[in-house]
Write a protein of this length. Structure first.
Length: 337
């Protein structure tokens, strides 16, 4: 059931459903979340079951305001507080030491917890309304089956879980990719997942260099969306340079079997042989990183719906403002192990 997020009745219905221990499709500025009361272990377990997500893979807890941090975190370092003051509400998740009596199931059994305060007005209204009913925070991973493409519209969520799920429609998500995740449990900020906030932006606010691991860090807490294979559509995703895409197109025209259908997402024009006209779908990739992030998941879903067998994506530039897009595309292109 999809409810209008502009309606006060819809906000109240979502808050009441969360209080009852039910799941709710919730819009945020990043992607839509599959939400449950973070303090209700049975409700949180429903998220893992619905998504097919491993129970030791932690969920991010969303709070109505910065005041909610103290309910879940036992300590907030000074640099983390500066990040909260600057970027909340917004697309930033902080990993903090967890209070032992709070959100153990949502945290995947870890002694840390990921916390975020979303800026989407509908999410904010639901969180505030739920808080008055005793729901102190809401665990809400992306509202899709585990490892698949994240949803950025209410219709995407309904396509994943059907009409039985209560979904609050807040329109298309403004950001389009998940939040930046920063680990604040090791004395300095450590970037666990890139997003639209760059390390330079974070450092400028907190006054501390943000550590960007060059490889998997065994000391890092587990965090949402950091598996090698993630965000994948049904079609195979290939990341290619522009010249590689053109060469592959030329080869496709000469050798590909008839059933092969390919989608192209590139920043520049490509020459498509007339013989491929019926077998190639082409769409321009935005040249602005924020616009590209906004379109990314919706574009992958659209290509899937057109029945292509492969999606060829032009590799984004190697620049900090593109890191979030590159991260999602790299994981989408990585075969599941």
């Amino acid at each position: 059931m999809i409810l209008d997020g502009q309606s006060s009745q819809a906000i109240a219905a979502a808050a009441q459903a969360l209080q009852r221990g039910e799941l709710v499709g919730l819009p945020t500025e990043t992607v839509y979340g599959l939400a449950a009361d973070a303090g209700n272990d049975a409700a949180v377990a429903k998220i893992f079951e619905a998504k097919g997500r491993p129970a030791n893979h932690p969920l991010i807890v969303h709070v109505a305001s910065a005041h909610g941090v103290a309910r879940f975190a036992s300590h907030v370092p000074d640099f983390a507080q500066k990040l909260i003051d600057a970027f909340w509400p917004g697309p930033l998740t902080l990993i903090l030491p967890r209070r032992p009596d709070m959100a153990a199931v949502a945290a995947g059994g870890q002694n840390s917890v990921g916390l975020r305060c979303p800026s989407h007005p509908t999410a904010h209204a639901v969180l505030q309304s739920a808080e008055t009913l005793g729901v102190l925070g809401v665990a809400a991973p992306s509202a899709n089956l585990f490892g698949r493409v994240s949803p950025t519209t209410a219709a995407h969520v309904a396509g994943e879980f059907g009409e039985s799920l209560l979904i609050v429609d807040g329109g298309a998500c403004d950001v389009g990719i998940e939040s930046t995740i920063v680990d604040c449990t090791r004395g300095a900020p450590v970037l666990l997942r890139p997003g639209v906030l760059t390390p330079q932006q974070l450092r400028a606010v907190c006054g501390v260099d943000v550590v960007v691991p060059v490889a998997v860090d065994a000391d890092a807490p587990r965090a949402s969306g950091t598996l090698a294979s993630h965000y994948a559509p049904s079609a195979q995703v290939l990341l290619l340079d522009a010249s590689q895409m053109q060469a592959a197109l030329n080869q496709l025209a000469a050798t590909a079997p008839e059933p092969t259908r390919v989608a192209l997402w590139s920043r520049g024009p490509l020459q498509i042989h007339p013989a491929l006209a019926a077998r190639v779908v082409s769409c321009a990739m935005p040249k602005d990183p924020a616009a590209c992030a906004h379109d990314l998941f919706a574009q992958l879903r659209d290509f899937d719906q057109q029945g292509v067998t492969q999606i060829w994506v032009e590799r984004p530039p190697l620049a900090p403002e593109w890191d979030g897009v590159l991260d999602r595309l790299t994981r989408a292109a990585t075969p599941a192990g």
